[in-house]
Design a protein around this ligand. Structure first.
Ligand code: AMP
Ligand code: MG
Length: 405
């Protein structure tokens, strides 16, 4: 059986770069920017007044002039005048383009406007260029503004808009087909019999896909009956990323591995020495489609998506950073198995590190509620002592890849 890292590396070897597309910026939130963005012009594009006041020439101030004749008023959005005579100033508003011959702004608060159309400066000293954002001081035309790949998150959208990126170049996410399996599993609108359970994993998988902006093209539930299963799986393989849930362990009703083989799926591996999630199967079709058959227990489904499906997507998007961060576990944890164990971890406001809490196995439906990440109890370590460092994978899919620009 493969170890966690061996299984992860096998999946990484299947990673292929995704194609790109241009989409309206209004639809780009949480998509992944595929190309770097360069400045189309200087930013700011003109010398911009940062205060309401008057614009003067420093030379006049140095020559002792303190009272300036107001030539005209320049509002934001007005075209800039080009001349200014000795002893003249422009009344100017924040955001307006300051005429080049003027190089310094005096704030309104430091001025007296006289009835005969002049502005009197009431300050002992001023400095050249004050309250004036210089053209190109943020970015020069053609300068690298934003690196890629990068998540088009809230921190980026405004910047892309300012740079005129009305069509954002993003990676085209693979289409997804979801198949959940199990005779005991019923739709959540339905009142289950006492021997039935609700199809919670369908909703979990939908939500996980949504976080990655993956377009779900088909989503169905199917019984453990081989013919029905085969038809459903075949239909799902029309998509590029196929997520199957349940039916992948060693029980008599677990037909998924056999049916996938019959459909021509090449099995990359079946079973990994992890807990939860051991029965995981990953396969692919010759045309490069990838199939993740995730175990049916809710916690196993959650963990195997986070650990393997996300790792695959991360690679396809060109991210190379380590997804786990080193963090502190403030409560000790003991492990009997020789498997790599993964468990929900919790952060508490104002406290350092993560805690965790015991649960009764991977079928517990509340095990993840409120968790902030997944802790990794490495296979050869039996005890995590109080305040030991452990690798933690954030619940946020893009936690560690938002680099400074
Ligand atoms: P399986 O992997 O099919 O052997 O299922 C393992 C456990 O997960 C069983 O207790 C199932 O009832 C449960 N399970 C399977 N599919 C789902 C699902 N879609 N939603 C919630 N639980 C499920
Ligand atoms: Mg089942």
């Amino acid at each position: 059986m493969l170890t966690y890292l061996e299984a992860r590396d096998k999946i990484r070897s299947m990673v292929k770069q995704l194609p790109t597309e241009r989409i309206p910026l209004a639809q780009a939130l949480n998509r992944i920017l595929a190309y770097p963005i360069f400045a189309d012009r200087d930013y700011p594009p003109f010398n911009r007044a940062a205060m309401d006041g008057v614009a003067i020439r420093m030379e006049d101030w140095n020559n002792g002039i303190r009272e300036f004749r107001i030539r005209t008023t320049i509002f934001a959005g007005m075209e800039t005048p080009t001349t200014i005579a000795t002893g003249e100033c422009y009344k100017i508003m924040t955001g307006a383009a300051c005429p080049i011959p003027a190089d310094t702004i005096i704030r309104k608060e430091d001025l007296t406007f006289t009835p005969n159309g002049t502005a009197l400066i009431r300050r002992e000293s001023i400095s050249r260029g004050q309250h004036l954002a210089q053209r190109g001081e943020d970015l020069k035309k053609n300068e690298l503004a934003v690196t890629a790949p990068r998540v088009c998150d809230i921190s980026l959208i405004g910047t892309l808009a300012a740079l005129g990126i009305h069509q954002a170049p993003v990676y085209k996410m693979p289409t997804v087909g979801i198949v959940t399996t199990g005779n005991e599993v019923v739709d959540i609108q339905q009142q289950p019999e006492h021997f039935q359970i609700r199809n919670s994993n369908q909703h979990l998988l939908r939500a996980l896909c949504e976080q990655w902006q993956l377009p779900i093209r088909s989503c169905q539930h199917v019984s453990d009956e081989p013919k029905a299963l085969s038809a459903a799986l075949k239909q799902a393989t029309q998509q590029q990323l196929i997520l199957i849930n349940g039916g992948v362990s060693a029980g008599d009703a677990d037909h998924v591995p056999q049916i996938l083989r019959e459909l021509g799926v090449e099995i990359l591996f079946h079973k990994v020495s992890i807990k939860p999630g051991k029965p995981l199967l990953v396969g692919f079709l010759p045309e490069g489609k990838i199939i993740f058959a995730l175990p049916g227990n809710p916690l196993s489904c959650f963990m195997t998506f986070k650990l393997f499906v996300e790792d695959y997507l991360h690679g396809c998007l060109g991210f190379t950073n380590e997804r786990f961060q080193t963090s502190t576990l403030t409560i000790p944890r003991f492990k009997k198995s020789s498997l790599d164990e993964f468990f929900p971890v919790f952060r508490h406001a104002g406290e350092y590190g993560y805690t965790w809490k015991p649960h009764h196995g991977s079928g517990v439906i509340t095990a993840t509620v409120g968790c902030d990440g997944i802790g990794w109890h490495v296979h050869n370590k039996h005890v995590i002592a109080e305040n030991d460092s452990i690798p933690v994978l954030s619940l946020h899919p893009f936690f560690n890849i938002i680099k400074p620009y």
